[in-house]
Design a protein around this ligand. Structure first.
Ligand code: NAD
Length: 271
């Protein structure tokens, strides 16, 4: 089989650079055919390989997402919510596999992505690491096994540059715990506490976010009862795990029917 033709949007970003390196590391399976950045970026016209801190690849960064989606088999997108929604529409037009890692999307963005997924395969995950997806599966099971006497709290820590909170991964873990309890996360979530909050309401799922330094991503799901506590933790020490998972998702997407898929589908962890 020919290598999958991959495009990377946001190629000069922290994840963009990792993705370029990852595609380069899998020459038999994937080939970088284009890369974009937002209009006006200093990266436009530069070689994507050099920008990612390696050898030149002969792929110049452009701001032409339309051409990229038309030429690629799959586009990997770790950018920003508004950009990702615009990209999803281009993926629908070009029948391009769209791998979405962007977080911080609102309900209106989700609806646009679901619309695009009627026309092409979109694989979306708040976290592309194998470990976090395992943690989500475990959190769902543990939440199903333990009763309401166990309070569920989710704590996350990320680097100082992160712009959204709680992290998309924390929300994904909260969703998994809510699924395990067969409740709607929106009905039970408590996003941060401040001041005279009153006592904790039974059955809620709380979130707490810490920011600082260069922390790639730590997540702990706590199940706390009177007298005992279970904590499930994942710590990411390299962004490479997300890039590896995203390229794996792009390769998995080859030949898939239109639809919205998750990393749980890619890994075969879905129920
Ligand atoms: P970053 O700010 O370093 O990179 C984002 C890049 O996207 C920037 O270079 C920006 O210029 C570019 N961009 C913005 N609009 C664009 C457009 N219209 N066209 C092309 N490029 C555009 O951020 P980052 O740390 O790389 O994270 C990016 C996103 O990925 C965030 O939402 C983050 O939370 C998420 N993330 C997800 C995972 C996961 O596994 N799902 C892992 C890490 C980060």
């Amino acid at each position: 089989m020919d290598p999958l033709k991959i495009g990377i949007v946001g190629a000069a970003g922290r994840m963009g650079a990792m993705l370029v390196q990852q595609v380069r590391a899998q020459p038999g399976e994937a080939r970088l055919i284009g890369a974009t950045e937002r209009a006006g970026s200093a990266a436009i016209g530069k070689d994507a390989g050099l920008l990612a801190g390696g050898e030149a690849l002969g792929v110049m960064v452009s701001d032409d997402a339309v051409a990229l989606f038309a030429a690629a088999d799959a586009v990997i997108d770790f950018t920003a919510p508004a950009a990702t929604v615009a990209h999803a529409a281009l993926a629908a037009q070009g029948k391009t596999i769209h791998v979405i890692g962007t977080t911080g999307l609102e309900a209106a963005h989700d609806a646009e992505i679901a619309k695009a997924a009627r026309h092409t395969a979109i694989i979306r995950a708040a976290n592309f690491s194998v470990g976090v997806n395992l943690l989500a599966g475990l959190s769902r099971r543990v939440a199903a096994l333990l009763g309401d006497e166990f309070d569920i709290e989710i704590v996350e820590m990320h680097h100082r540059h992160k712009v959204d909170a709680p992290s998309g991964t924390a929300l994904m873990l909260g969703q998994a715990a809510a699924d395990g309890r067969k409740v709607n996360l929106k009905d039970v979530e408590v996003r941060g506490r401040d001041g005279i909050t009153g006592q904790r309401v039974a059955g809620t799922i709380g979130f707490a976010s810490l920011r600082g330094g260069d922390v790639v991503g730590d997540h702990t799901v706590i199940f706390a009862a009177d007298g005992e506590r279970v904590e499930l933790t994942h710590k990411a020490s390299s962004r490479q795990i997300f890039a590896r998972g995203a390229v794996r998702a792009a390769l998995w997407g080859r030949g898939k029917a239109p639809g919205l898929y998750s990393m749980q589908d890619v890994l075969g962890f879905a129920d």
